[in-house]
Design a protein around this ligand. Structure first.
Ligand code: PXP
Length: 246
């Protein structure tokens, strides 16, 4: 099981103070130092979301991580022509296509691949021809899994937000949807990842979902790092993941 560590919140903290003075000598915290700390804790890849509004990660952050951090880079991005041009230049190892709405606090809901195949397929082809393996961030719905396979994406990332934010019967139903989507994705030859709201406390239940090869985790690790430091927070998560058979 690979652990992708999303360090967007490190940029959120930096922007809170320095958004208008990013070239200043005293800008902190450092994105590169955060990526290095995550690597030291056992991160298998670094995930950054360069949003259309550039509210946290900037283009220069992604470029610097690409240049200086010897881990695979996973770029999360909206499915737009402008982001496509940026990704073609950046050449990340992986691209995860996500839906984006300016007013949302974080990515809410998965990408509607079904119904938007004609727009998404050329993006996926261009990125994969440029050496970036593409994943579609989707809700665990059979039609989204099928559409992702149909347009040639190599991977899907199943949105675990609803799973994470519910309990009891609702969580059991969402887990069942994740299991079915993962089974179908695997049958169709897709690599199956999961992300959003994953915490140490819900790993045991997530473990019911078969065929997962990567978890992308951000918020809980950065939250924990306030108390432990980032390397220790990543290491704790990595050890918790490794305590299960996936
Ligand atoms: N995967 C995707 C596609 C995301 O958009 C996010 C949130 O930025 C994550 C994973 C990580 O979610 P969390 O911060 O809740 O761990």
């Amino acid at each position: 099981m690979h652990l992708g560590v999303n360090i967007d919140h490190v940029a959120t903290l930096r922007q809170a103070r320095y958004a208008t003075m990013l070239d200043s000598h005293n800008t902190e915290p450092s994105i590169l130092a955060a990526a290095q700390a995550a690597m030291a804790g056992g991160a298998d890849s670094i995930t950054l979301h360069v949003r259309e509004d550039r509210r946290h990660m900037q283009d220069a952050d992604a470029m610097a991580v690409r240049r200086d951090i010897p881990l695979p880079l996973n770029l999360e991005m909206g499915a737009t022509q402008a982001m496509l041009q940026f990704a073609l230049e950046l050449k990340p190892d992986f691209v995860c296509l996500v839906p984006e709405r300016r007013e949302e606090i974080t990515t809410e809901g998965g990408l509607s691949v079904a119904g938007n195949e004609a727009t998404l397929q050329p993006l996926v082809s261009a990125l994969q021809a440029n050496g970036s393996k593409v994943s579609m961030f989707i809700d665990p719905e059979p039609e989204q899994v099928r559409a992702s396979a149909a347009i040639g994406a190599a991977m899907i990332e199943l949105h675990t937000g609803r799973f994470a934010n519910t309990l009891g019967a609702e969580r059991a139903a969402e887990t069942a949807r994740l299991v079915a989507a993962a089974e179908l994705g695997h049958q169709l030859g897709l690599e199956v990842h999961a992300g959003h709201g994953i915490q140490i406390a819900n790993l045991a239940e997530l473990n019911a979902v078969p065929h997962l090869t990567e978890l992308n985790i951000g918020h809980t690790i950065i939250a924990r790092s306030i108390f432990t430091g980032l390397t220790a927070a990543v290491r704790e998560m990595k050890e918790a993941i490794e305590s299960f058979q996936w």
